[in-house]
Design a binder for this molecule. Sequence first.
Ligand code: MN
Length: 500
Amino acid sequence: MTYRVEEILRLIDHSTKEEDEQIRAAFLFAENAHKDQKRNSGEPYFSHVFETAKILAELGMGASTVIAGLLHDAVEDVNVSIDEIKEKFGNEIAFIVDGVTKLGQVRYRGADKHNESLRKLFVATSEDMRVLLVKLADRLHNMRTLKHVSLEKQKRIATETLEIYAPVAYRLGIRKLSRELEDLSFPYVYPEEYAVMKKELSEKRFSTEGLEKFLKSIKKALAREGLTHIKTDFRVKGTYSLYKKIAAKDKNLENIYDLAAVRILVDKPEECYHVLGIVHKEWRPLPRRIKDYIAFPKPNGYRALHTTVFTGEGDVVEVQIKTYAMHRHAEYGFASHISYKGGKSADAQTLEWVQSLLTSRKDSNVPLKSTDTPTWIRELVEYHNDTEDNEIFKKGLQKDFFNVRIFVFSPKGDVVDLPITSTPLDFAYAIHSDIGNHMTGAKVNGKLASLDTKLKNGDIVEIMTRQNAAPSRKWLEYTRTSTARRHILRFLAKQKKSRQ
Ligand code: MN
């Protein structure tokens, strides 16, 4: 099998000549770096980074992100140094590759560790969203080829995908990714439930031919009314989202009407209503199934007109009518904001994303529970609720949270978020008061550090303890957080009392 860089270039819309050259260079560099490696499937390892880059290009990403996709395993797997990437491809790409490598070192350790892993995703994300997108594309390709790895690994990877990656993709609004990640994971994580769903669906599911026939007659009806610049397609509901819907609403397949949906894409919002009128004239709609999400968008920003009609062939099909722009936003969400030349800083991207999180937080489909939400996101929400003026909110958001919080790792990879100028003492108390109260010293990034060291974003902090160690009054000068201060004062007070 040979891989051709043209396949990637063709998918990128607006690249410059220089960018194309850089993509070619990255393609050759990665091909060479991975030349001695094979995947479990027996294919060259390069196929994986090649497909990852293609997924990113399909998502509408620009040259830098696609190049980072080609290079994303070079540092971790074949010992190319990050400096070499920097030298050959520049700081921006090296930064993304480095972020992906760091994220790759995060291990999922069962559902109870869910929070930490999510937090790590958020940490990487708060620096540059593109890191997260490369990671999602990487995961999607690994899921597509999961049948080649051991059963034990299949289960672990698929569970992690279902619990972390798919919800994150959903939250970013990239439905196209979240749907595929869910459907690929489902059979590995819940094999029995999957088998039941598959059997029921095979008895019920619409035939492709039937839907295509219906679409043809829709197109004909629209053409008669002069609507020709339209695009149609259909989607069959994902097995996993169907399973969730049935489980959550205690329904059965008989009363789920969006098993199959056809989409009609038009240029302008007003044409959506025109199309709806034509559809209703030709096919009888089901009552109470007509939804105007253009006038009343869903909390997550989704816009479209929905109706459900009898096809005349004994089927009931949902019809979704939207503009091309609405469709792109629904399928690609966040990715559609940061595509190739957004010209936006990582901060601005993050800001936009967090705001979309805030406005969608009441969406019951979002599988993140409030207890799973990182503290800093929760603080943002509380802050938002206290602030009436959106402009003030925006400013405060940037200033107070992205510039004054840092994320620090334990050697095991757990993340603690702290205010800037926090010290190892703050970190120790943030983990547990017992650790703080018995602390004797700390290592920051493997080196011994004094207790008043100012920690930086991304530092790995190891706390050393001894059973008979105890806090001193001096420590109060070395702490930034009220948590640490409170514990130290409490300890000192107790000590005083026991001495009396
Ligand atoms: Mn990879």
